[in-house]
Design a protein around this ligand. Sequence first.
Ligand code: MET
Length: 341
Amino acid sequence: MLRTTIAGSLPKPTWLAESERLWAPWKLEGVALQEGRRDATILAVKLQEDAGIDIVGDGEQARVHFVHGFLANLDGIDFDKKTIMGIRNNRYEAEVPTVTGAIRRKGPVHSMEAKAARAHTTRKLKFTLPGPMTIVDTIADEHYGRREDLAMAFAAVLNEEAHELQALGVDVIQFDEPAFNVYMKEVPDWGIACLERAAQGLTATTAVHICYGYGIKANIDWKATLGEEWRHYEQTFPAIAKSSIQQVSLECRNSKVPLDLIKLLDGKDVLAGAIDVASNTVETPEEVAATIRAALAFVAPEKLFPCTNCGMAPMSAEVAYGKLAALSAGAALVRKELGAA
Ligand code: MET
């Protein structure tokens, strides 16, 4: 019970990319870059093991960004045609590539790092992919026209990739849908259908990560406008609860999400964020334990997975791995209280 895991991304080593920066470009090229992406993946897996994380990930070390990393080996995308676009309902601007033709998967996207991670840990392995709605919100479109049509096209290629990752021994496939906290009406209209298409036929555990974003200024400013109670999940959880996706995340640490919204996820595994990624203060194990205990009022310990609120890509390695050690120490405290090893 209370198996710990992470939302996905971890800081990259400073020899691979500039630290404490989203979308940081690579510092290496050619063969050195290929080896660097692989070696950083193995290192991230080992550091998660040392921190005591139970379900480890590749740390998203081999991709520049959680959305654009997946687009690397697809037909139909022009990476030279860059558009500056307001994303997440204009919360911030990003330079994004453009869809100029039919989306097709040319071949494996993440096999290299999935194989490297699988070869170097016997723990359960989670792999993250961007969800269809979030991809559509992070790319310019000159070909499909309707967001739901583009999302369905991405769902089909995500599904191919997910099956390949599963065949390589990945235990959990998580789709990242921060856009599910932004486009509330579209989530039941077409977001979940696209998500289920992406997960179609998988036998691995499936998860959806929804959050209030990385700990960057634009998101911190946005959260300051959301009032005393953040009730976005209330609009989407009932539809997600009816879906085939097995695990759902929510932010619990330093967030204004009412924890009783967990009740809307009856039957699902809950990935409870017990680590704030918008603060460099490392939680104490006791603080983590308090968050877990609060969530346990609404979900059984077997279905509760202590996690980070969101990805840690923009943090320093020292802070991020310190927080992971606190996460596992806090979970261990509560397991002990419950009489479990
Ligand atoms: N898997 C992604 C990460 O951990 C999720 C990001 S959602 C803003 O970085």
